[in-house]
Write a protein that binds this ligand. Structure first.
Ligand code: ADP
Ligand code: MG
Length: 241
């Protein structure tokens, strides 16, 4: 579904992504782990062209991203849902309106259809009873679940998560991870930057350890967590586990 070939990214003279390669197959969950500043967010943002790679190729469903027009890029972004650390909900809109906005405005769905889908998604994330609430009246965990429903409302082929639980109080982390686990169980293709090693262990098909702008090591959760080969992986895991 996604192919990454020799991708580099420079900010000025600083190379923050160095010759990255990888593939994400349909239905896979890839967890990207690693120390702060290693390039995880930049990598994720390159996947949907929120950042333009300096060199290299990224293909999505057989199309090379760097060759696309602006209109094609916008269409492609609809197929890639993204959830950030900060929930970024529209504070002046109800939960329902947050979820149905893009389907109404971008996909031009009929009002009844958009609402029905939005209500189904809110039920899926356990928040059907909050549809008429405003985001400020919700907990952080609830807001992040709305953000996930909003991303799903565009019916994406892949979901990108950038530390979706890092801004949450500890007691709210579980409810968001449960929603993500359900999504994975339903077969959603996901790339998840996370510090939640329990989630990575139990849900990921592949764990990519990123440090200093390179994938220092990739493997199954068992390989990475039980038998890390790379010294930097070992040092990182020793610090956090
Ligand atoms: P991570 O998500 O793993 O913490 P980031 O991708 O956010 O890492 O950052 C990788 C490196 O790129 C860091 O050194 C960061 O300071 C730098 N960086 C990220 N975004 C920018 C930017 N827009 N301009 C300049 N440097 C940036
Ligand atoms: Mg980051």
């Amino acid at each position: 579904m996604i192919k990454i070939e020799n991708v580099t990214k420079k900010f000025g003279q600083t190379e923050v992504l160095k010759d990255l390669n990888g593939q994400v197959q349909k239905g896979q969950v890839i967890c990207v782990i690693g120390p702060s500043g290693g390039g995880k967010s930049t990598f994720l943002r390159c996947l949907n062209l929120l950042e333009q790679p300096t060199s290299g190729k990224i293909s999505f469903e057989g199309q090379e991203l760097t060759s696309l027009s602006e209109a094609q890029i916008n269409h492609l972004r609809e197929k890639m849902g993204m959830v950030f650390q900060s929930f970024n909900l529209f504070s002046n809109m109800t939960v329902l309106d947050n979820v149905q906005l893009a389907p109404l405005k971008v996909k031009k769905l009929a009002a009844a259809t958009a609402k029905k889908t939005a209500m189904q998604l809110l039920a899926q994330v356990g928040l059907a009873d909050k549809a008429e609430n405003y985001p400020s009246s919700l907990s952080g965990g609830q807001q992040q679940r709305v953000a996930i429903a909003r991303a799903l409302a565009m019916n994406p082929d892949v979901m990108l998560f950038d530390e979706p639980t890092s801004a949450l109080d500890p007691e709210m982390v579980g409810e968001v991870l449960t929603v993500m686990q359900d999504l994975a169980n339903q077969g959603m293709t996901m790339v998840v930057v996370t510090h939640e090693m329990g989630f990575a262990k139990s849900v990921a098909n592949q764990v990519w350890f990123m440090d200093g702008g390179v994938f220092a090591e990739k493997g199954t959760p068992t390989q990475i967590f039980e038998h890390p080969q790379n010294e930097r992986t070992k040092a990182f895991l020793a610090k956090i586990l």
